[in-house]
Design a protein around this ligand. Sequence first.
Ligand code: UDP
Ligand code: MG
Length: 332
Amino acid sequence: MISLVVPIFNEALVLDTLFERIRSASKEWGMDFEVIMVDDGSRDDSLKIMEELNKKDPRFKGVSLSRNFGHQVAVTAGLKHVNGRVVAIMDADLQDPPEILTKFIAKWREGYDVIYAVRANRKENIFIKAAFWCFYRIMAWLSELQIPLDAGDFCVMDRRVVDVLNDMPERNRYVRGLRAWAGFRQTGLSYDRPSRLAGDVSFSLHHRIKFAFDGIISFSYKPLRFFGLFGLIVAVSGFLGIALFVVSKIFTISITPYTFGQIPGFFPIISAIVFLGGVQLIGLGLFGEYIGRIYDEVKKRPPYIVGKTIGLDQNNEDESRSPTQKIEKFDI
Ligand code: UDP
Ligand code: MG
């Protein structure tokens, strides 16, 4: 059986089409399927529609989170409830077309453990495209881990990879990074990403930036090292400046046509101070990003709370209610 994990946030307009498209596409898959729809605190009728879909076809099951936790956490919650040997992650807005899964499943049958979709062509505005292009390249440059370029969360994974992901205790989850980290036999398939079927993109700029930071910070220490290196360069230049000053005092050599007391350097000096102050503050902000994430991990709050399940058995639900217990086991 294949389990499809579908995060849903205010997708009332697309759910019926999604339902039909999955049902008709599944005929090509050559296996049973279940859909784990994760309602990420939707404020529209999504949850009601999910319940109706479950009544029409019990293979469509649901988990409803107690509030909006964000896309990555919704995916994480869905992965905890899957029963299939193979698992797919796809968006609800049909930007990840279910028909393509046929090719993915064929690859899984060939023996691949992770088949991720590579976005060959995004039908989005040029600025978003450019921003994503830059982000993935900066990420590749910064990261110690080889995360495939332009790959999103849309993928098919073998159950053993999902078990590895489910055992990872971290709270700031960058699923595509964790998936790459897990290893096993991975391959990418490219596809043209259509625009969303209906409704608006739910991510604000703020969310996108947080997501980009999660991606970089969870997988790289390089930003911290960069600040160390920059500090070293500045300190060495400062030291040379002092040395030059002392030498010029002792030997009363004039390095410039002025003596030091006369240098008309107010503007460059102030600029240098402001610049260095700025760099230090950026460095502090960056440390803050790391420390904030450490703080999140240390608090050990559950990454999400399940408010309600639809058509799922009790065992799975219990497991998701106490992720902290699972993690304690992990720590020992
Ligand atoms: N989503 C979610 N929680 C959120 C935001 C989005 O579960 O807080 C879901 C949304 O319903 C959709 C998927 O995540 O199925 C991707 O969201 P969206 O289409 O808004 O973003 P994009 O396609 O631009 O990445
Ligand atoms: Mg979308």
